[in-house]
Design a binder for this molecule. Structure first.
Ligand SMILES: Cc1ncc(COP(=O)(O)O)c(C=O)c1O
Length: 390
C-alpha cells in the first residue's frame, strides 16, 4: 500500500515544461501517438482489409503494451469505428479497463486457476461489457462455465490455436473443433465466438519478405482450421491475431476478422530494426527522459539516472534520441552508462531522451506517464494496470 501511495507523488504537472519533468520519466509525445493512431486506420483502409465475413477487418489494439486505462480510452476515441475494442493479456488489465468504462475487452490468454475464474465470472457480470476469453483446455472451459452459471453471467469464448509460437493453444485443427464442441455444450452460458491464431515470435522477423512468408505459413494453418470448422458445421464469428509486425499481412490474408497491434502506437528500438517496406506507419512516440548525474571525460562516458528499473534491457539497450553514435550500457538498477565516442560530453544536469528497446516491459516499470504536446506537459496519466498481472 505504501508503494501505491508513492505513485501519487506527481513527477510532472500539467503546463510544466518537459525540461523540468522529474526523471527518470516515461514520456509520451501525444502528437506522434495521435498520428500513429490515424496512420493505423489509414493503413487498414488503404490496403482495403476485408475479413472472411466480407466486413472490414477491425482493430483491437492490445492494451498489454501500455496497461493504462486512460490511454485505452484515448485509443478508442482516436480509432472510432475502426476499432471494436481492446485486447488484454491479464485478468487484472481487463478488470481495470472495465472499471474505467471500456466496453469491449478480449482476454487473449487463458484465465486459470479457480480464484481467477471466479473473478472472471464477476467481471463478466459488468453491465454493458462485452467480454471475451481464450481457452485451450476442456478443464478450463468447464470451470469457466460453472463459475459463470453460479453468478448468472455469459462470456464470449475463443479457442486459442497454436499457429507456430509453441506457447498456449491447441495443436491441431481437429483439437480446435473438439474444444469448440465442449464450449458449445454450455450454450447460453458460454458463447462460442471463434478462435485466436496469434504468432508472437514472428513479429520481429526483420525482412519484410521473410515476415510475409512466415505469415503465409500461419495462414495455411488458419485455412486448415477453417476447413475443420466448416466440416463440423461450426461458425466462427471471430478470427483474431496480428501484432505490430504482422497485422497488415494477417489482415490482408482475408482470413482474420480483427487484428491486435499494441506497440504500433509507441514504437521501440526492436521494431525499429524491422524492414517495413511500404507498410511502416508509426513514428517514435514513447521516450524515457533521463538526467546526467555524473561524467567521466577520460572514459568519454556520462552516467544517467535511468537504469534497469527505468528501461527494459531484455531486447537490447535503448538508443539515445538524436545521437545515433552514442551507446547505452547497463550501469545497474538506477544507472545507465552512456558512451559518447566524440564531440562534447553532456554536462551534469543535462537531459537526454532514450528510445526504449521494448515498449511493454518499459511501460510496466513506470506508474506515471507524462504526456507532452511539443515541449509542454498536457497530462499525467496513471499506468493503473502496471505489474506482472494477477
Ligand atoms: C496475444 C497478443 N496479441 C497482440 C500482441 C501485441 O503485439 P505488439 O505489441 O507487438 O503489437 C501481443 C504481444 O505480445 C500478444 O501477446
Amino acid at each position: 500500500m505504501a508503494g501505491r501511495a508513492a505513485a501519487k507523488v506527481p513527477i510532472a504537472r500539467v503546463g510544466q515544461a518537459l525540461s523540468r519533468v522529474g526523471t527518470p520519466a516515461l514520456v509520451l509525445d501525444l502528437d506522434a501517438f495521435d498520428q500513429n493512431a490515424r496512420s493505423l486506420v489509414h493503413q487498414m483502409q488503404v490496403f482495403e482489409k476485408r475479413g472472411p465475413n466480407g466486413k472490414t477487418v477491425a482493430l483491437r489494439p492490445h492494451a498489454k503494451a501500455h496497461k493504462c486505462s486512460a490511454l485505452a480510452l484515448r485509443q478508442m476515441d482516436l480509432l472510432g469505428s475502426a476499432a471494436v475494442g481492446l485486447g488484454c493479456q491479464t485478468l487484472a488489465e481487463a478488470e481495470i479497463l472495465a472499471s474505467a468504462g471500456l466496453k469491449d475487452l478480449t482476454i487473449t490468454n487463458e484465465v486459470v486457476p479457480i480464484d481467477k475464474v471466479q473473478r472472471l465470472a464477476k467481471l463478466a457480470k459488468t453491465e454493458g461489457l462485452a467480454l471475451g476469453v481464450c481457452v485451450d483446455s476442456a478443464v478450463n472451459v468447464r470451470q469457466i462455465s460453472k463459475e459463470l452459471q453460479a453468478v448468472g453471467a455469459t462470456i464470449k469464448v475463443l479457442v486459442e490455436c497454436n499457429v507456430g509460437q509453441n506457447r498456449c493453444g491447441v495443436e491441431t485443427a481437429e483439437e480446435a473443433v473438439e474444444l469448440a464442441k465442449v464450449v458449445k455444450a454450455f450454450d447460453g452460458v458460454l458463447d462460442f465466438d471463434g478462435y485466436q491464431a496469434y504468432h508472437g515470435a514472428i513479429q520481429h522477423v526483420r525482412g519484410e519478405a521473410e515476415r510475409s512468408a512466415e505469415c503465409r505459413k500461419v495462414a495455411e494453418k488458419v485455412v486448415a482450421i477453417n476447413a475443420a470448422f466448416d466440416t463440423a458445421g461450426i461458425k466462427c464469428n471471430t478470427v483474431t491475431g496480428g501484432g505490430t509486425g504482422t497485422f497488415l499481412f494477417d489482415a490482408g490474408s482475408g482470413l482474420y476478422t480483427e487484428v491486435q497491434p499494441g506497440s504500433y502506437f509507441f514504437g521501440d528500438v526492436d521494431y525499429g530494426k524491422n524492414d517495413w517496406g511500404r507498410s511502416k506507419g508509426w513514428t517514435q512516440s514513447l521516450l524515457v527522459a533521463a538526467t546526467v548525474i555524473s561524467r567521466n571525460p577520460s572514459r568519454r562516458t556520462v552516467v544517467v539516472d535511468a537504469g534497469l528499473k527505468a528501461v527494459d534491457l531484455g531486447s537490447g539497450p535503448p538508443l539515445v534520441l538524436g545521437e545515433e553514435q552514442w551507446s547505452f550500457a547497463n550501469g545497474g538498477d538506477e544507472h545507465g552508462v552512456v558512451t559518447v565516442p566524440e564531440g562534447d560530453l553532456p554536462e551534469v544536469g543535462e537531459r537526454m531522451y532514450l528510445i526504449p528497446s521494448h515498449v511493454d516491459p518499459t511501460f510496466n516499470m513506470h506508474r506515471q506517464l507524462v504526456c507532452v504536446r511539443g515541449e509542454v506537459v498536457e497530462d499525467v496519466l496513471e499506468i493503473d494496470a502496471s505489474g506482472p498481472g494477477f
